[in-house]
Design a protein around this ligand. Sequence first.
Ligand code: KG4
Ligand code: ZN
Length: 337
Amino acid sequence: MAIVILGIETSCDETAAAVLIDGRIASNVVATQEIHVKYGGVLPEMASRLHLENIVPVVSEALEKAGVSKKELSAIAFTRGPGLIGCLLVGCSYAKAMALALDIPLIAVNHMQAHVHAHFIDEPRPEFPFLCLTVSGGHTQLVLAKDYLDMQILGQTIDDAAGEAFDKTAKMLGLPYPGGPLMDKLARDGNPNACHFPEPKVAGYDFSFSGLKTSVLYFLQARTKEDPDFIDKRRNDLCASIQHTIVRALMKKLEFASDELGIREIGIAGGVSANSLLRSEVERIGTERGWINYIPKFEYCTDNGAMIAMTGWIKYKAGQFAEQTVSSIARWRIGEE
Ligand code: KG4
Ligand code: ZN
């Protein structure tokens, strides 16, 4: 009999659900909460309320598109953490109620581990051990994947995430939230060496982006004092220079880890992996260094239910199920499962 897993994701501002049948994606539905654009960032309370509104139609659509009924489900996987606690609670409660009603097992998924598992949705799939740079609006992690369920965080940001660095500096340039994709677009017509911003200096595999944010702020304050139209005149150059600094900081750690550990299987994941400079740098440096690169399809890079269902499938095969008493955890590190 086919194993049918429903994956539910509600950790931030995407209400998402997907159905996986014997390890293959049968549907993947995402409802993005556009309302946060108006506020320049995600409002946690508003996000939880919208998950409540969205979860029933999103799950129904995922089941319908996959052509399966609730009764055919083998297990329900949901994001247990990390994320916004109110948002996580909606997905967790919904999954628990549904699993109880259907008398099927529950699988608790670590959202960051699921980002790494997104590499197993389509072919080609990385071979273990591989390195995964997971870069999103909330996280920046360099993960050593030794096996499906044996992962180690080598390093992570000690302050802001890479996506946050894109979004916050983009806001200073007058761009709407989330500024990352727009900055990427505007940077194409800019000079990356026009403005110099100091590269973050953090030891080992960790990252830091809050210093960049401050240096961009001071730089803009000084320049707009001399010329109030400075930002409007130089927006493309500013975007290209900021993007260049963020991507260089990310690549430096990936190169360092690859050299130190002698690993050439390299993956990137998370919303920032859509960045065109990051993608081209992974390709360029990868070719120079003999890396085998893996970049999941964009829909599996940003928050989605498919990656949660994939972790669900992996944990199902390993017999790792959750109790009905399972609760959400806002902070849950890979390796602490
Ligand atoms: O993974 P994701 O969809 O959600 C979170 O878990 O945060 O990532 C969203 C982040 C935002 O910060 C957004 O600005 C950034 O990914 N992003 C980009 C690009 N596309 C999305 N940043 C830079 N360049 C892009 N093309
Ligand atoms: Zn995410």
